[in-house]
Design a protein around this ligand. Structure first.
Ligand SMILES: [Zn+2]
Length: 361
């Protein structure tokens, strides 16, 4: 999951990526179907045809998982929660939902959307199978997709965080107790237990002689167990930092004009402001930013505007510290200008909330 990703395409503005681990699943499904299931169930076809239909089955499974994740993503976006990417990997897919839902109801609807899409797809293939009753390879493909989608929908409803069912459980507990962190803890403990259960089940499968299924279950068990822990830690960190607003941690900063000589910045402004990034008012009156590191090779008489760039990374005073922190990581900076309605209000430095960062981890 943390391996290298291939960017595939964008849909509804969401970047779809393929993790290299997906190819393992693609190969396993294609191989099992082309050499086992299809020739056994539907004998007499050209072997190449088995391979083609099997590869199509694997790709359509990928599309089914993608549609499931899009279900989550589009509902999240409907509630104003940004989703930038969907990653598809060995155990399925994950939509990168960037913020916590605003209410238990939103959390519930975002979580249930994926399984609903899968179950609708299951019924779609069920109806398709009814309209195509011939006992051939195509029918086999349709039947497989029907079962796969029903299975994806139902498996994900198991109340084990971070599976969708676990998120639904969390939404109910959140609604009941009003404490999102506590709700997340209980739901992720259920996730850990479920992970252990799957691994034990896999162990019994191996003893019973079903080696591949057993190993697969153990791997999924480990994955769910780790995901439960990681998602809880991430939620804790996010919730903790989200309680604080940028405005309470920002410091005033004076912008400089674009024609200020570099020498004046380095000798006068830099020692007093101790900032790595100066906000520069450009010729156009707009804010730009200059990285002090870039001034190292500049001559002292050059105007600073020559080294200024467009301000891409900034926060509003009403953003929370989690958003500011995420942006700092993304922009690879330890400080960000605070801008609101084209007005520069100050600067927020990671140092000013480092105690909170440590406490949140
Ligand atoms: Zn889901």
């Amino acid at each position: 999951m943390s391996g290298k990703k291939i960017p595939l395409f964008k849909i509804f503005g969401i970047q779809i990526n393929l993790d290299f681990s997906w190819f393992i699943v693609f190969f396993l499904i294609t191989f099992t179907f082309a050499t086992g299931f299809f020739p056994y169930q539907y004998p007499g076809y050209n072997p190449i045809l088995y391979w083609i239909v099997s590869a199509v089955a694997a790709v359509l499974l990928f599309v089914s998982v993608l549609l499931h994740e899009l279900g989550h993503s589009l509902v999240a976006r409907r509630f104003g929660i940004p989703v930038k990417e969907i990653d598809l990997f060995i155990f399925g897919g994950v939509a990168m939902i960037e913020e916590e839902a605003h209410s238990p109801k939103e959390e519930f609807l975002i979580a249930i959307a994926g399984p609903i899409v899968s179950i609708i797809l299951g019924f779609f293939f069920l109806i398709l199978a009814l309209f195509y009753p011939k006992d051939d390879l195509i029918n086999g493909l349709i039947n497989y997709l029907m079962y796969a989608n029903f299975l994806i929908g139902i498996f994900n409803l198991i109340p084990a965080f971070p599976l969708d069912g676990g998120r639904i459980l969390r939404a109910f507990l959140w609604q009941k107790t009003g404490d999102l962190l506590k709700a997340t803890k209980v739901a992720s403990d259920a996730g850990k237990l479920f992970g252990i259960f799957l691994a034990i089940l896999g162990f019994f499968y191996i003893i019973a002689g079903s080696f591949i299924n057993g190993v697969w279950l153990i791997l999924i068990g480990f994955f769910v167990y780790n995901a439960a822990i990681n998602n809880f830690e991430a939620s804790k960190f996010r919730l903790y930092l989200s309680r604080y607003k940028v405005e309470n941690f920002m410091e005033p900063i004076k912008p400089v004009f674009h024609d200020t000589p570099v020498g004046e910045i380095l000798s006068k402004h830099y020692p007093t402001q101790k900032t790595e990034h100066f906000v520069v008012i450009g010729k156009d009156g707009k804010f730009h930013v200059v990285d002090v590191k870039k001034l190292k090779d500049a001559t002292f008489l050059e105007p600073v505007g020559k080294y200024a760039e467009e301000v891409k990374c900034y926060v509003s005073p009403f953003d929370n510290l989690y958003k500011a922190y995420r942006l700092m990581v993304k922009c690879n900076r330890k400080e960000l200008p605070v801008i609101y309605k084209n007005t520069l209000l100050g600067i927020i430095r990671q140092n000013s909330f480092k105690h909170l960062l440590e406490a949140a981890k």
